[in-house]
Design a protein around this ligand. Structure first.
Ligand SMILES: C[S@@+](CC[C@H](N)C(=O)[O-])C[C@H]1O[C@@H](n2cnc3c(N)ncnc32)[C@H](O)[C@@H]1O
Length: 247
């Protein structure tokens, strides 16, 4: 499939990309971040998270298909590249992270194949993506910036994702699901953690046991990070249905 990176070729869109520090502790703990880790951030925008990972001591690089993102990058290590066509050798990263980017990728299965290819066996992959009641609900401001048309929000968020759907996409690419959760930050969002290969902990084990088995040093989820009960109910509803691979 041809890769259309034109849609994101926008200086205005790159310049609007801001840092949201609320992700950082969760990313560090779920990825079991260690100085020296080789990390790829996919769809990194101007590289705000990549920068914090580098400041921590990780050997982090970011890629984004918008050339203006690299031109306006806040750190070195950001380059212009499409997630569906990663220019890195096989098994060259310990960890992959992507925050609010996978819902933008038309060939999402191609992107997951690529992320699996560049990740070492047993490596972790963490995805943060919007929990949308209707596809594109949270993409209206971006549709206005990119297209001057709010009705193109479903072209911006061309993927409507929730944990069961993401498992159905990531599984065939070679990822095993470890954990997913629902969070309320600036907008409702899901977080899903996978490992490359078939070594994921059994899904009937308690959450902390599962997370520690792939991140032994992680701290237990703090009270401030716990999900409210209404959100937990919604999450349970959204994670239950197992979709077939053709969905
Ligand atoms: C909502 S922004 C998120 C940026 C950053 N991760 C953050 O959290 O601030 C989505 C980013 O994904 C990038 N993107 C969209 N499609 C992409 C693709 N196929 N490959 C790589 N990056 C892509 C866009 O250019 C944009 O910078």
């Amino acid at each position: 499939m041809g890769i259309d990176t034109q849609m994101y070729d926008s200086d205005q869109y790159a310049s609007l990309n801001r840092w949201d520090s609320r992700h950082l502790n969760m990313v560090k703990s779920h990825l079991d971040l260690k100085p020296g880790d080789r990390i790829l951030e996919v769809g990194c925008g101007r590289g705000h998270l990549t920068k914090r990972l580098r400041d921590f001591g990780a050997d982090a690089v970011g890629i984004d298909s918008n050339p203006h993102a690299a031109a306006r990058a806040v750190t070195s290590g950001v380059s212009t590249m499409a997630a569906e066509s990663l220019q890195f050798p096989r098994a060259s990263f310990d960890k992959v992270v992507s925050v609010h980017a996978i819902e933008h990728i038309p060939d999402i299965r191609g992107a997951f194949d690529e992320m699996a290819r560049v990740l070492k066996p047993g490596g972790r992959a963490l995805f943060v993506y919007p929990a949308e009641p209707i596809q594109g609900s949270w993409a209206i401001p971006t549709a206005i910036v990119l297209h001057r048309n709010p009705f193109k929000a479903q072209q911006v968020h061309c993927q409507w994702l929730w944990p069961a759907r993401l498992r159905a996409i990531a599984g065939p690419a070679g990822f095993s699901h470890v954990h997913s959760e629902f969070r309320l930050l600036s907008s409702p969002q899901f977080v899903s953690l996978f490992v490359r290969g078939s070594d994921a902990p059994r899904s009937d084990l308690p959450l902390e046991t599962r997370l520690r088995s792939v991140a032994p040093d992680r701290k237990p989820v703090g009270a401030d990070e716990r999900t409210p009960s209404l959100a937990r109910s919604l999450f349970a509803l959204l994670t239950k249905p197992a979709l077939s691979e053709s969905d």
